[in-house]
Design a protein around this ligand. Structure first.
Ligand code: ATP
Length: 724
């Protein structure tokens, strides 16, 4: 394996030699074989709390290797998890000392997929995040764009050479003006100026090319970053979304990616130019007059120190600003998305106030930023002017003692100007880079988060023939965000292939949770769920979900046409014909009402299908499920009462959909329960009763009988209330 993914997890008890010993088989045959050897040779300092132990491991990869290493020691253990290496950069690993108990607890928590462990993971990521890590990540991002960036840097060198050679030649021109005259001189002056104009034009063209190429690379890098971030977000387990706010993720995708992209290109380009020009400028200053140069450059060290301090502060401020911005975006997104509720409660003003507080916080942070920025740029401007003054003062003295010509002083002044401009540019580059790092550290956390599954991964099982037999065996489960409130404990339930199982139970007994577990939106804490005898954890989640259809209580439609919403069910919507869509709509009793829309199947249904009624949405969702043609069907019946005509149409459509499939249905209607082959009653974190409806009803003291009685009483009471 010279490239690909390395995932290894082990606990090493002792020395670096033992680490090397464990690592050797993992890396054997790869270009990282030397990793183990260098680890073995590396002195392994005694870890203290949070003692950074940085290991630089030699070896270049043809592709990329990434993995998770967990290292712990009894007593004071070492824990760190990331081992990544983008080709051709150096592979490196960071280890931070923590207590072994913490390390082990961290591993176990992570194994469970417990999102409560995420803050801990994020904290460790924050601790481990060093500017050099960020730099490496940013360089890695830039790697695919290396050729364009290299061309841009070449143009930058050309334009900087032109810029930096100009003062020298202009100084020569001034000297020859002040010492010569006559027609011959006039001709040579004209040709010198013409030549310099040509050189300047070349410099301008190179500069334009540099900017163009950098912009394109920047856009490409941001695009790649957004794509991988979106892919990483979409592949996270559902528990992650229970604990993370949507607005925050959207902000990461939009604002943070732009900041990071800019720190790679715009700033890198300006930074490189500033470095090149400052270096060349200082060199030329020494060339023109070493004594004047050493006098003037005394001002540089304090400015550089100031830049470093300022950059550090800006980095943390940027992180806080991005967080505050994400917070405001989250609020805005949620409230705009649920405007009907906001309006129904007349909370517009209250929400505006709340949003106002959030953006005020952003403003407060930006004020701090502005204050620091103002102070810093004032200082750099002052130091630039002081530098010019120092040149004039010392240069004047040198000219008086005939140690400097007029042309040399002019050239020196111009170089001082360029060095001043470059140093100012460099400090602004540094501050922008630090901002990028601040935004980047959030992105890396998201990008590094181990996704639940890989769409392209082919290692998991895909069954050739699916019968659709379902079984829950001794299942215990608690939601990751509420570990202390178990939903199921030792639950057993079997659904034979091709049968319809109705699941009933009071509200909150876990009926919908059963569906989520089958879809592997969450994994069980213990016990197993099998399909045709295969544990669903061994099956490819992608494959599994392709063969399971769902129609939920409140089907979610996307803001596109009816036809697109129906075709969404097919594995490849682009291959679905109009006739197939119409056929599915007919079977779902949706065809007639869709045809009545002015644009028919091209009618856009609005965000979340807001332009359709509940019953219409359900029938579109049934058509979508019909097109998917799954072997297993999970139905969560709508609790909200549909009018009798709509109910009949939906019921009819559902019956067609259920035909010939294994169906698990969360039943709210008596008609559904009657047509089911068996009924399972949920309660007390398990299945209380399971069997054919008639058999369950035969026991008047049984849970099902009592539940039916309660429902009948409720319904009668409701009717009575209506008539009173
Ligand atoms: N994502 C979640 N995170 C944490 N707890 C959850 C989550 N979803 C549901 N729960 C909790 O799990 C329990 C079971 O919920 P579930 O929706 O499965 O019940 P249900 O039987 O389908 O209820 P209903 O009939 O009212 O729809 C409830 O107490 C609920 O608060």
């Amino acid at each position: 394996m010279s490239s690909g993914i390395l995932v290894g997890s082990a606990i090493w008890q002792d020395s670096s030699r033992r680490v090397a010993h464990r690592l050797t088989p993992l890396l054997r045959g790869t270009r990282f074989a030397s990793v183990a050897a260098s680890l073995g040779a590396h002195p392994w300092p005694a870890p203290g709390p949070r003692t950074p132990l940085r290991l630089r491991i030699g070896g270049r990869a043809a592709g990329s290797v990434s993995g998770v290493l967990s290292v712990s020691r009894p007593g004071a253990g070492l824990q760190w998890h990331r081992l990544t290496a983008p080709s051709p950069f150096w592979l490196s690993a960071c280890f931070y000392g923590t207590s072994a108990r913490q390390a082990l607890a961290g591993q176990q928590e992570q194994k469970k997929g417990d999102v409560r462990s995420q803050p801990a993971v994020q904290a460790s990521a924050k601790i481990s995040r060093l500017p050099s890590d960020d730099l490496r990540r940013i360089l890695r991002l830039a790697y695919p764009e290396r050729w364009r960036l290299a061309a841009s840097v070449s143009f930058l060198l050309v334009s900087s050479t032109v810029t930096m050679s100009a003062p020298f030649f202009l100084g020569r021109v001034i000297d020859s003006i002040s010492t010569s005259s006559g027609t011959e001189f006039n001709a040579s002056l004209t040709s010198l100026c013409a030549m310099l104009t040509g050189v300047f034009l070349m410099g301008a063209a190179a500069n334009a090319a540099r900017v163009y190429l950098m912009q394109i690379s920047g856009a490409q890098i941001v695009r790649n970053l957004r794509e991988s971030l979106f892919s990483s977000i979409l592949r996270q387990e559902l528990g992650f979304f229970d604990a993370t706010r949507t607005g925050e993720l959207v902000n990461r995708l939009s604002a943070d990616t732009t900041l990071v992209g800019r720190s790679v290109t715009d700033n890198l380009s300006d930074g490189l130019r500033a470095v090149a020009q400052a270096t060349a400028g200082v060199g030329m200053m020494f060339y023109v007059s070493p004594s004047l140069a050493s006098f003037v450059l005394m001002i540089v060290p304090p400015v550089a120190l100031l830049a470093v301090v300022y950059g550090r502060y800006l980095r943390s401020l940027s992180k806080r600003t991005q967080d505050a911005l994400a917070d405001a975006t989250q609020l805005a997104e949620e409230r705009i998305g649920n405007l009907r509720t906001v309006r129904a409660f007349g909370k517009e003003l209250a929400e505006v106030e709340k949003y106002g507080e959030k953006v005020e916080h952003v403003l407060h942070l930006l004020r701090k930023d502005a204050l620091m920025r103002g102070g810093f740029f004032g200082m750099t401007g002052l130091s630039g002017n002081l530098m010019i003054l120092m040149v004039l003062y010392k240069g004047g003295l040198l000219m008086g003692s005939e140690n400097l010509t007029m042309g040399e002083l002019s050239a020196f002044l111009m170089y001082s100007f360029w060095v001043g401009v470059s140093v100012a540019g460099l400090s602004s580059f540094y501050s922008e880079l630090m901002k990028g790092f601040g935004a980047g550290s959030r992105l890396w956390e998201l990008l590094d988060r181990k996704p639940e599954f890989s769409i392209n991964e082919g290692v998991e099982l895909r069954l050739e023939q699916l019968r659709g037999e379902l079984e829950f065996r001794d299942v215990s489960f608690a939601y990751p965000t509420r570990r202390d409130a178990p939903i199921f404990q030792h639950l057993d339930l079997a659904v034979p292939a091709g049968s319809v199982m109705a699941v009933v139970g009071s509200s909150g007994t876990g009926k919908s949770t059963l569906v989520s577990l089958l879809l592997r939106l969450y994994d069980t804490d213990s016990g197993s769920i099998t399909i045709d005898g295969h544990d669903i954890r061994d099956l490819s989640p992608y494959w599994l979900r392709k063969h399971i259809g769902t129609v939920s209580q409140e089907p979610v439609l996307f803001s596109c046409s009816v036809a697109e919403n129906i075709a969404y069910g097919a594995p490849d919507p682009s291959l679905v014909t109009a006739e197939e869509i119409h056929q599915a709509a007919r079977m779902a009793n949706a065809h007639d009402f869709v045809q009545d829309f002015p644009l028919g199947f091209d009618t856009v249904v609005g965000e979340k299908g807001v332009l359709l009624s509940g019953g219409q949405k359900q029938r579109i969702a049934i058509a979508r499920a019909l097109l998917k043609n799954p072997k297993i069907l999970l139905l969560d019946e709508a609790t909200s009462a549909l009018d009798s005509e709509n109910e009949l149409l939906v019921q009819e459509a559902l019956e067609r959909l259920m035909h010939g499939r294994t169906v698990l249905i969360i039943a709210h209607r008596l008609s559904t329960i009657q047509s089911a082959d068996a009924v399972a009653v949920l309660g007390q974190r398990r299945v209380l009763e399971c069997g054919p409806r008639v058999q369950l009803l035969a026991d008047p003291h049984g849970h099902f009988s009592r539940l039916m009685e309660r429902q009948a009483l409720l319904q009668n009471g409701h009717k009575q209330a209506l008539y009173e």
